[in-house]
Design a protein around this ligand. Structure first.
Ligand SMILES: [Zn+2]
Length: 256
């Protein structure tokens, strides 16, 4: 079943522009994910965002992805499959970039679409070394680390957030929250097929061209990561998004 993407921008801010039937999270983890990654849920321009903040397993992800209108493009040697509207905006951006002797290429094979198991693997790739690191630093006991390792990836999320609130961070360089490095299992914007990790993210001209074609930065300090929102920059505040400036860049987050 393909849902009809909404095109209209309603007054009433972020909550008014969420997909119909959106499951508002009522737990702390869900609410944090909505705040950090939530811009995606008000995507327009033919995009179909999910109506849940956390997919619980592979079958929920496949059910959602199989209902989308998708298209695949070979970019920089990788087959990138995204929602059709997102690919269209991306191809237009690439064409405009080319006229200015710039390129827009994906960072790797998993820079576009991801599966639930892909998000579980990425999560473990930060959590497991992080637990060993903090045990080595004497901040965490081995028995506590073992207890957390034994939990399901989903159950680990609140535990990791709790350790981070005590100064034990789990990003790749262990300096910031894991949410700016990898998404908790089932929450990645890449599951929605509306996100792309871009090699040339450091170039402000490339960021401008992507923005002109509906692609914006929406996860603070995840620098290569862009999200298809399908509108022009002057429409973003109407969708209930606010601009957060960080490190000379603009990120668009839910105004909650
Ligand atoms: Zn990404």
């Amino acid at each position: 079943m393909t849902e009809t993407p909404s095109t209209e921008i309603k007054s009433g801010g972020f909550n008014a522009n969420l997909p119909s039937g959106f499951n508002q999270p009522n737990d702390a983890v869900g609410q944090r994910i909505l705040k950090e990654y939530g811009a995606l849920f008000v995507a327009r321009g033919g995009a179909t965002p999910p109506n849940t903040v956390i997919f619980k397993n592979e079958s929920e992800v496949s059910a959602y992805q199989s209902g989308l209108s998708k298209s695949t493009e070979t970019l920089g040697g990788f087959n990138i499959e995204l929602q059709a509207a997102a690919i269209k905006g991306l191809k237009e951006a690439i064409a405009e970039a080319k006229q200015n002797n710039l390129t827009i290429t994906p960072r790797g094979a998993d820079s576009g679409k991801r599966t639930y198991s892909g998000t579980v693997e990425l999560w473990a790739s930060r959590v497991n070394p992080g637990l060993s690191h903090w045990v080595g630093k004497g901040k965490l006991t081995e028995s506590e680390a073992s207890r957390i390792r034994a939990l399901s990836p989903f159950e680990q999320v609140p535990e990791i957030f709790k350790l981070e609130s005590n100064g034990m961070f789990f990003s790749k360089d262990l300096s910031k929250s894991i949410v700016y490095s990898v998404a908790p299992p089932g929450t990645s914007q890449h599951l929605s097929m509306l996100a792309l990790d871009v090699n040339e993210h450091d170039n402000a001209k490339v960021r401008d061209v992507l923005a002109k074609h509906g692609w914006f930065q929406t996860v603070v300090s995840d620098l290569p990561h862009f999200t298809f929102l399908g509108v022009s920059e002057n429409q973003l505040s109407g969708l209930g998004l606010k601009k957060v400036s960080d490190g000379g860049r603009s990120f668009w987050l839910p105004s909650l």
